[in-house]
Ligand binder design. Structure first.
Ligand code: ADP
Ligand code: MG
Length: 504
């Protein structure tokens, strides 16, 4: 199909997110330039706060995947020859370009995902620059070791890149989660093909274009499309030598099976049902604030590390539940692009329906109480927006679907507890093991629990999101492998070769 004429993307940072969305519409980014999908197909990108279509994305399939992967494979040969510190310096230079465009990227991601600008979108765009800067400085850390094998034999290991990396990303924090994959992959000497999420294809495409101002053509390629039709062929492509995926457990299993056919390594960052344990001796106000942050309600709970099960020692249970509810109640729900807004929208009608289903089930459960917090916006322009009032449930039975399953919405279940061993057992009684937090001023109790909680990340008296330099990744059904750290780059984007020299 002929590349239809579209408005060119702006060189300077743009604060007109609607014009930018239109300019980015209908194209992949392959080999250093925008290209139309071979099939000619596109799908709509909708602003979830208004229901209005803001652009359209290229509907990629196996043919586009093949073009992108071949390009990435060509580029990889040269990229890997570049001194590692120079690769790192280029990635750090990308960080500087992203920094200049933070406001632009924040507005665009707010437009396509409904995430509030002040509380979520701007924070995310800044973190991308931070992650690129961090990994950009690690070029000289790609070290191997020497092994004392025998006299007269020098035995060393060297780390080498894997080749072309396929990355499949979700819609909830697409910029940040993508940066955790592309930055270490590139610094390690791989090239990369990203398949964006159907719901959020435009801002990541802009990032790819911005980084292409710095990187050699073909090092970083971006495809949009649907999971089975575009993500599937990417995982299956013979030249893709590593897959890194963030998304649902169900799709994680599909990807792991496909990767097993090719015997390639995978990193999987999947769901969570993260517990928060609150003791009566905690710093009460700090912990209430911590709970509000932990629930990730500013992102409508669309977070894998959201504290979706909160266990509170009985002595402070009622007071704590009331205080947290009052705080959430005071949060402002509204236009994601308005600076006053704390809470934006759900991502899609599908997620909206799913989360409403959980809430209705909670409300219909005997003995359970759900407090609806905050208020739906009354602006008529937002009447079709996917806004949901956050819910805090108490009195749910242990086997409720709301307690067992990942809701990925603004719903938290709170329970009282009396006994440390019993609450630890409850916290660990989950298919998931991504994150957990413990709130107490008794460090003996806190550290003991930190060691015994089944989770990839345990925090005491805080619950931050992913940070550069700290390994992130779950156990049990929450995933395989780590991201965000030096270790993640060395272990998951490189392999070690042994070289022996007999000089005797
Ligand atoms: P959600 O259901 O919340 O969208 P998914 O795990 O389905 O989460 O999606 C995460 C990413 O995985 C998206 O980019 C999606 O397109 C992709 N995906 C979905 N199904 C497949 C599949 N069968 N093969 C490869 N990628 C897939
Ligand atoms: Mg899906």
């Amino acid at each position: 199909m002929l590349d239809v004429i579209k408005p060119a993307t702006p060189i300077a940072p743009s604060l007109d997110e609607k014009a930018l969305a239109r300019a980015l519409s209908g194209r992949h980014f392959i080999g250093g330039r925008f290209v139309a999908p071979l099939s000619g197909g596109t799908f709509a990108v909708v602003n979830p706060a208004t229901g209005i279509e803001v652009g359209h994305a290229a509907d990629g399939d196996a043919a586009d995947v093949d073009v992108a992967v071949l390009d990435a494979a060509r580029a990889q040969k040269e990229w890997a020859k570049m001194p590692a510190r120079k690769r790192g310096a280029l990635v750090a230079k990308c960080a500087a370009v992203i920094r200049e465009h933070v406001e632009e990227l924040a507005r665009l991601i707010a437009l396509e995902t409904g995430k509030a600008l002040r509380t979520e979108s701007r924070v995310e765009a800044n973190t991308v620059a931070d992650v690129l800067e961090f990994f950009g400085g690690l070029g000289s850390e790609l070290k191997g070791e020497s092994v004392p094998f025998a006299p007269g034999v020098l035995s060393v290991t060297v780390r080498e890149p894997l080749g072309v990396v396929g990355a499949i990303i979700p819609w909830n924090v697409p910029l940040l989660l993508m940066s955790l994959k592309i930055a270490p992959a590139l610094v390690a000497g791989n090239t990369i093909v990203v398949k964006s999420a159907e719901e959020a294809p435009l801002t990541v495409l802009r990032i790819c274009e911005l980084m292409a101002r710095v990187l050699p053509a073909g090092c970083f390629n971006m495809l949009s499309g649907f999971g089975p039709e575009c993500g599937g062929p990417l995982v299956a492509h013979p030249l893709v030598r590593k897959v890194t995926f963030t998304g649902s457990v169900e799709v994680g299993r599909i990807i792991a099976r496909a990767a097993a056919e090719k015997l390639i390594p995978t990193t999987l960052e999947l769901g969570g049902k993260s517990p928060m344990l609150v003791f009566a001796d905690c710093d009460f106000e700090k912990t209430v604030t911590g709970a509000v942050t932990s629930m990730r309600f500013t992102r409508q709970g669309q977070s894998c590390t959201a504290a979706s099960r909160i266990y509170v020692e009985r002595a402070i249970f009622d007071r704590f539940v009331a205080a947290v509810g009052d705080r959430v109640d005071a949060m402002v729900m509204g236009d994601p692009l308005d600076e006053k807004t704390d809470i934006g929208t759900m991502i899609s009608a599908e997620q909206f329906g799913k989360v409403r289903g959980f809430i209705e089930e909670g409300q219909a459960t005997q003995g359970a109480t759900g407090r609806a917090c905050s208020r739906l916006p009354d602006d008529p322009a937002l009447s079709k927006g996917l806004f949901i009032q956050p819910y805090i449930f108490t009195g749910l039975p242990d086997d409720s679907r709301l307690v067992r399953q990942e809701i990925f919405g603004p719903v938290t279940c709170v329970f009282p507890f009396d006994d440390v061993e019993a609450v630890l057992a409850e916290a660990n009684d989950s298919e998931y093991g991504l994150a957990a937090s413990v709130w107490t001023n008794n460090l003996k109790v806190g550290l003991d629990l930190a060691h015994r909680l089944e989770a990839g990340l345990v925090q005491i008296n805080q619950n931050l999101v992913v940070q550069a330099n700290l390994s992130y990744g779950g156990v049990k059904s929450s995933g395989l492998g780590k991201e965000a750290s030096l270790e993640s780059m060395l272990e998951h984007f490189m392999h070690k070769k042994t070289i022996m020299v007999n000089y005797s």
